[in-house]
Design a protein around this ligand. Structure first.
Ligand SMILES: [Zn+2]
Length: 199
């Protein structure tokens, strides 16, 4: 067994910004589900497990947990935020995905341990997922649409987790992420001290 020949890097905002994201809708035994897959950047080992643990995701062979990922749809983008961290990820989504989620559809967030070429088509994504189950290189968790952000939350003047405007507010790190459906923009949301220490 290879032991720590290469210490994986923690998933910083900078690394998260170069991760890849795919979204699609697929059927599960319980019905249609909106999927969102995040994979680490190509090259170099990144500790996706720590990120998955923070988001309360579980292994695919376990009952799927509810993640702590907060999902908000803003126009053509989805903002994924994890309470207790200063990380928020803004990704482009398709109108169909947005409509499904807005209608109350279940979202499954999937985090992969290994990189996947950003140009991978759906079939390659399926192969990636199948190949990651047995070696446990995949974590999954459910989430659903959080309440809409208020204007103050959108502009970082109130906490995106609880809505408090009490200072000091900690701005989320601005992220730009490549996604299959386009390029995302910076996020300007913030989190309050109480929510930040809730790790
Ligand atoms: Zn808060």
């Amino acid at each position: 067994m290879e032991m720590a020949a290469e210490q994986p890097l923690p998933l910083s905002s900078e690394l998260l910004a170069t991760s890849s994201v795919w979204t699609w809708i697929d059927s599960m035994p319980e019905g249609l589900v909106a999927f969102l897959l995040i994979t680490p950047p190509m090259g170099g080992a990144v500790d996706m497990q720590a990120f998955a643990t923070r988001a309360c995701l579980g292994a695919p062979n376990q009952p799927m947990p509810d993640s702590t990922i907060q999902l908000v749809i803003q126009g053509a983008d989805a903002v994924l935020a994890i309470c207790g961290t200063e990380t928020a990820l803004r990704v482009s989504i398709t109108p169909e995905w947005a409509q499904f989620v807005r209608a109350g559809g279940t979202v499954v967030v999937v985090i992969g341990a290994d990189p996947l070429l950003p140009t991978a088509a759906r079939r390659e994504v399926d192969d990636y997922l199948l190949g990651a189950v047995l070696p446990r290189k995949l974590w999954m968790g459910k989430t659903r649409l959080a309440a809409e952000f208020t204007e103050d939350q959108v502009h970082g003047r109130a906490c995106r987790c609880c809505g408090s405007a009490e200072a000091p507010l900690h701005p989320d790190k601005a992220l730009v992420t490549r996604v299959t459906t386009g390029v995302v923009r910076d996020t300007v949301t913030a989190v309050c001290t109480d929510c930040l220490v809730l790790r």
